[in-house]
Design a protein around this ligand. Structure first.
Ligand code: K7E
Ligand code: CUA
Length: 865
C-alpha cells in the first residue's frame, strides 16, 4: 500500500504534463524553474499555496504552541504565521504579563498560591453552535498544570484561565459540547483528588482519574466554575476525549491506558511503567452521559465537595446509568466522533487497527442493560464486539482522525509509518496513503472535527522534522505539512517550520467566520471588555498624588505621550493609566519605562494600567515601542526618581547664545508661511474629496475620518501659539506652530491616501492591457521620474499622447529608442530643463503597447489627477 516517492511523483507528474502550465512554461517561468531546479509539479504546488500581496487565506488555523504555553495562528493554504496568542506564558510584544490587567488574567492560573508562568498546551477547541464552528471563542488546555484558558476571537486575547481543582494533570481537553454549554477536560495521570500525600501503595484506593465538565456561558465567553463538576473515574490514565453530537449529543467519550493500574518502580527492581502499563490487550473507552450528570450535580446529595468543587462519585454515576466502559485495543490515543455523532473512531497506537464504534449499538446495549461484567470499581462493561461497527487494519501507530464532507471518508495519522491514511469508516476500506516527514501526531482537517467538515486540505502535525529545514542546531523546528485532499489521491504541497513548541493539535476554521474588530471603544479594559477605571481622554491628563501613591492619567497619540515628565520619590508606588487615543486601524503604541521591566501594548482605544514601585533612583526615559509615525522616536518622556533623603546640588548652567528678537520673529513668520502653504494643499485635497462624494465609499470615508482626527487638533494648538505671541513668548509660539505643522503633515499623509483610494474607485475601469501597462510603468522604473498628475524629476505624462503629432507612435518610439531622439528640438529642450535624459529601459513592444493603453486611461481620467 505504501507508495514510494517515485511512484507518487510520476503519478502526479503524469497529470501535470498534460496541463497547460507544464507545456506553457516558457520565457521567464522556464528560466526560474531551471535556475531553481523546480519541476512542473513543484510549480503547480507553489501556485496552490501562493498568496499574492494583499490576498488573504481561506482558512485560519489555531495551533497549540506546546511548551511555549501559547497558541499559533496561521493561514491556509499559504501557511503564513499571523500571530502568537499569549495564553499561559508572558508575552512581551502584547504586554501580556507586563501590564496589570493581563497579569491579573495570568495570575488566575496560580495553583495553590504559586505563580506558574508556562504551560504545556495540547488541544485547542473552537466554540460551536449545533456542532458547527461559530468563530466566537477558543479554548485550550495545559497538560502540565491542569488548566483551561478561554480566548476571545473578537480580539484574539486570553480572557480567562481556570485551574482544575482536583486533577494534577490533564490531557483530554479542551472539547466543547455541540452548543458550547460545556467544555470537557479529562485527567491524564491519576493522582489523589485532594492535596494530601497518599502512598503509592494505596494507588487503587486513593488515586483517581476523571472528567471535569466545565459549565461555559457562550454569551459572555466565560467558564462558570461553581456550576461545573467532575465525574470521578478509576485510576486508569484517561487520555483523549470527544464530545458526542447529533445522535450522541449529551454523551462524552474518553480513552484510557493503564487499566492495569500499574505503578512502576524501576528503582526497586520492578519493570518500568511502559511495560506494566501496556500489558493487557485492551483498555477502556469511558462512555458517560454528561448531560444527565450535570442535572444530578445540582443536588448536593449526589456530590462530594473536594477543594470547593463538586465531584460525582463513581457509584452515583453508575447507579444513575450514566457511566460505562467498553474495551478498546490497548493504549489507544485518539477518539473522534464523526460529523453525525453515530460513529466513534478509536485509534490503536500499539495496534495496527482503528476501531469504529457505533453509538446506536452502544445505546441499545445500555438500554437493555446488557453488560458483560463490571470493572473492580463496579462500572458496567459493554461487549466490545457488540459495540463495534468494525475494525480496519491501517498500518503502524494510528493516532488521530479527521473527517471530510464525503460520506464515510476519514483521515488518520500513522505515527510509526509516518503516513496519513485515507479510508472509509463505513465500508471499512483503505483508499490512499501519503508519506509525511516525520512521525505524525495529530492531523488537522478544515473544520474536520465539526459537524460540517470542509475537506480540501489536511495538515500533518509532525513530531520530527529531521532533515527538512536548514540546520539551526540540535533543537529542530516543528514541521507542519499541508496536504491537498481535493483529488482522488492526496498530494503533499508544502512544509512549514514552526519555531515555538510542540504543536500537538490544531483546529482550522473558515476565515469568513471570523470577525475580529480593529479598534476598541475609547478607554476599554480589553481583559474585562468594560470601561477601564483609568480611562483618560485628551485634556484630562494629570498626575495625582495620594501620600506615597502617585497616579498618572496619561494618553498616547501620534506622536506624543502626555505627560512627558513625571517626578516621583524613591519608594513611591506609581500607577500609570494610559489610553491610546487613536481611532486609526493598526495605530498601536507600545509603552515602557526603561529598567522597570514593564511593557504595555495599547491598541487603538485601549487603556492599560502599569503598577510598580519606583524603587531605584535615577532618570528613566519612557517611550513608545511601536514605530508608529515619522516622529515615533520623539514619542518619549522621562520618569525622574529622586531620593527624598538626599540633597542634590544643582549643576552650573552652561551659557548658550540665544536668538535675537528679530531672528525669532523671522523664524516664526517662516513657520507660519510654511503652515499656510501646507494648509492650502490640504484644502485642495479636501475639495477634491468633497466634490467626488468621498462619504459614499466606506474605505475612503474611514481614511478621511482618520485625517480629520489629526486636523481637528489644530485649532487648540493655534490658540496656544497665538497666546504665546501675545505674551511675547516667541520661542513657545514657534514650537506650537511646529506642532501644527506636524498635525498637518499627518493629515496630508492620510488625506492623500484617501484621495488615491477615491481616484481608484471613481476612475473608469482599466482594460487588462492598461492594468498591465500600469504595472510595467511602475516595475519598469518609469515612475521614478514621471509622477502622474505632477511635474517631478521628469514631465507630467498626463496628456502626453495629445502633446505630439501621432502621439502613440511618438511615445512608443521614444520609449523603445530614446537616444535616437535626443536631438529632436522638443526633447532637447526637456533635457536642458530637467537636466536628465530619458534612459532606455529596454522594454519590448508588448510592454510599450500596454503602457500606451495605460496612458490612454490616464488621459480619460485626467481631471482626477
Ligand atoms: Cu500530542 Cu493530542 Cu496531546 Cu496525540 S496529543 S500526538
Ligand atoms: Cu507611538 Cu511610536
Amino acid at each position: 500500500m505504501k507508495k514510494s516517492f517515485s511512484t507518487i511523483s510520476s503519478l502526479v507528474l503524469g497529470t501535470a504534463l498534460t496541463t497547460s502550465v507544464a507545456s506553457g512554461a516558457t520565457g521567464e517561468l522556464a528560466k526560474i524553474m531551471k535556475d531553481r531546479g523546480l519541476s512542473e509539479v513543484d510549480v503547480i504546488r507553489a501556485a496552490k499555496t501562493y498568496n499574492p500581496t494583499g490576498v488573504k487565506d481561506k482558512y485560519v488555523v489555531f495551533s497549540s504552541g506546546g511548551q511555549s504555553g501559547q497558541m499559533i495562528v496561521y493561514g491556509v493554504p499559504s501557511m503564513r504565521i499571523l500571530k502568537y496568542i499569549a495564553v499561559f506564558t508572558p508575552e512581551p510584544w502584547q504586554g501580556y504579563g507586563y501590564d496589570k490587567d493581563s497579569i491579573d488574567v495570568l495570575r488566575q492560573g496560580n495553583i495553590r498560591g504559586r505563580e506558574i508562568n508556562w504551560g504545556d498546551t495540547h488541544h485547542p477547541a473552537l466554540s460551536e453552535t449545533d456542532g458547527k464552528y461559530d468563530g466566537k471563542w477558543l479554548a485550550i488546555n495545559d497538560k502540565a498544570n491542569p488548566r483551561i484558558a478561554i480566548i476571545d476571537l473578537a480580539d484574539f486575547e486570553t480572557k480567562q484561565i481556570v485551574v482544575n481543582p482536583v486533577f494534577k494533570s490533564d490531557h483530554g481537553g479542551a472539547f466543547f459540547t455541540p452548543n458550547s454549554e460545556h467544555i470537557l477536560e479529562a485527567a491524564q495521570y491519576a493522582a489523589p483528588f485532594d492535596n494530601n500525600y497518599h502512598p503509592i501503595e494505596e494507588y487503587k484506593e486513593t488515586y483517581r482519574g476523571g472528567v471535569t465538565v466545565w459549565k461555559f456561558d457562550p454569551k459572555i465567553g466565560r467558564v462558570v466554575p461553581n456550576d461545573s463538576y467532575t465525574i470521578e473515574m478509576p485510576p486508569y490514565m484517561q487520555d483523549l476525549s470527544d464530545s458526542g453530537k447529533g445522535l450522541s449529543n449529551g454523551w462524552g467519550f474518553t480513552n484510557s491506558f493503564n487499566s492495569e493500574m500499574y505503578t512502576g518502580g524501576i528503582e526497586v527492581g520492578m519493570p518500568p511503567n511502559e511495560a506494566g502499563m501496556s500489558r493487557n490487550d485492551t483498555d477502556y473507552l469511558h462512555v458517560y452521559n454528561w448531560e444527565k450528570l450535570y442535572k444530578l450535580s445540582k443536588d448536593p446529595k449526589n456530590v462530594k465537595i473536594i477543594n470547593d468543587h463538586k465531584v460525582i462519585p463513581m457509584d452515583v454515576a453508575v447507579k444513575n446509568n450514566a457511566l460505562f466502559l467498553i474495551p478498546e485495543p490497548k493504549s489507544p490515543h485518539g477518539v473522534d466522533v464523526d460529523p453525525t455523532g453515530q460513529y466513534i473512531v478509536v485509534c490503536g497506537k500499539l495496534d495496527t487497527h482503528a476501531s469504529v464504534y457505533d453509538f446506536k449499538k452502544i445505546k441499545k446495549l445500555i438500554d437493555n442493560k446488557e453488560f458483560v461484567g463490571k470493572d473492580p470499581f463496579g462500572i458496567p462493561i459493554l461487549d466490545m464486539k457488540k459495540s463495534l461497527h468494525g475494525q480496519v487494519e491501517l498500518g503502524l501507530g494510528p493516532l488521530h482522525n479527521q473527517y471530510s464532507p464525503v460520506d464515510g471518508e476519514i483521515y488518520t495519522s500513522l505515527y510509526v509509518d509516518s503516513q496519513v491514511v485515507k479510508w472509509n469508516f463505513k465500508t471499512l476500506k483503505v483508499l490512499d496513503k501519503e508519506n509525511v516527514h516525520y512521525n505524525i501526531g495529530h492531523l488537522a482537517g478544515m473544520e474536520g472535527k465539526s459537524a460540517d467538515p470542509q475537506g480540501e486540505y489536511i495538515i500533518a502535525l509532525n513530531k520530527l522534522a529531521i532533515d527538512r529545514f536548514q540546520n539551526v542546531g540540535p533543537l529542530h523546528p516543528q514541521n507542519h505539512q499541508l496536504i491537498d485532499i481535493s483529488g482522488k489521491t492526496m498530494d503533499l504541497l508544502v512544509d512549514m517550520p514552526l519555531p515555538l513548541g510542540e504543536p500537538h493539535q490544531a483546529v482550522a476554521i473558515r476565515a469568513s467566520k471570523l470577525h475580529p474588530h480593529v479598534r476598541y471603544e475609547m478607554g476599554t479594559n480589553t481583559k474585562t471588555g468594560k470601561q477601564h477605571i483609568g480611562k483618560t481622554l485628551a485634556g484630562q491628563e494629570r498626575i495625582e498624588r495620594d501620600g506615597n501613591h502617585v497616579k498618572v492619567y496619561g494618553t498616547l497619540v501620534r506622536s506624543h505621550i502626555n505627560p512627558e515628565r513625571i517626578t516621583v520619590n524613591k519608594g513611591d508606588r506609581v500607577t500609570m493609566y494610559l489610553t491610546n487615543l487613536e481611532r486609526a486601524e493598526d495605530e498601536t503604541h507600545g509603552f515602557t519605562v526603561d529598567h522597570y521591566n514593564l511593557h504595555g501594548s495599547l491598541e487603538p482605544g485601549e487603556t492599560i494600567e502599569l503598577d510598580f514601585t519606583a524603587d531605584i533612583e535615577g532618570v528613566f526615559p519612557y517611550y513608545c515601542t511601536e514605530f508608529c509615525s515619522a516622529l515615533h522616536l520623539e514619542m518619549m518622556g522621562y520618569l525622574m526618581v529622586k531620593d527624598p533623603n538626599k540633597k542634590y546640588e544643582s549643576a552650573q548652567k552652561i551659557k548658550m547664545k540665544s536668538m535675537t528678537p528679530e531672528e525669532l520673529k523671522a523664524e516664526y513668520d517662516k513657520t507660519v508661511a510654511v503652515n499656510n502653504a501646507t494648509d492650502a494643499v490640504i484644502q485642495s485635497v479636501v475639495k477634491f474629496l468633497k466634490d467626488n462624494k468621498y462619504q459614499d465609499h466606506k474605505v475612503v470615508a474611514n481614511l478621511v475620518t482618520d485625517a480629520f482626527d489629526q486636523y481637528n487638533q489644530i485649532p487648540a494648538q493655534k490658540k496656544k501659539a497665538d497666546e504665546a505671541v501675545k505674551a511675547g513668548e516667541m520661542e513657545k509660539a514657534i514650537l506650537f506652530e511646529n506642532m501644527i505643522w506636524q498635525l498637518m503633515v499627518k493629515t496630508a499623509d492620510v488625506g492623500i491616501r484617501a484621495k488615491d483610494a477615491l481616484v481608484r474607485i471613481i476612475a473608469t475601469t482599466q482594460s487588462t492591457a492598461a492594468a498591465r501597462g500600469e504595472k510595467t510603468f511602475a516595475e519598469g522604473g518609469c515612475n521614478g521620474c514621471h509622477v502622474i498628475g505632477k511635474v517631478s524629476s521628469g514631465p507630467d505624462l498626463t496628456g502626453v499622447l495629445q502633446r505630439h503629432e501621432n502621439g502613440v507612435d511618438w511615445v512608443s518610439r521614444f520609449i523603445l529608442d530614446p537616444q535616437s531622439m535626443y536631438t529632436d528640438p522638443y526633447v532637447k529642450g526637456m533635457i536642458d530643463y530637467f537636466n536628465l535624459k530619458m534612459p532606455n529601459q529596454h522594454m519590448n513592444k508588448e510592454e510599450v503597447k500596454d503602457i500606451i493603453e495605460y496612458l490612454k486611461w490616464v488621459d480619460e481620467n485626467a481631471n482626477l489627477f
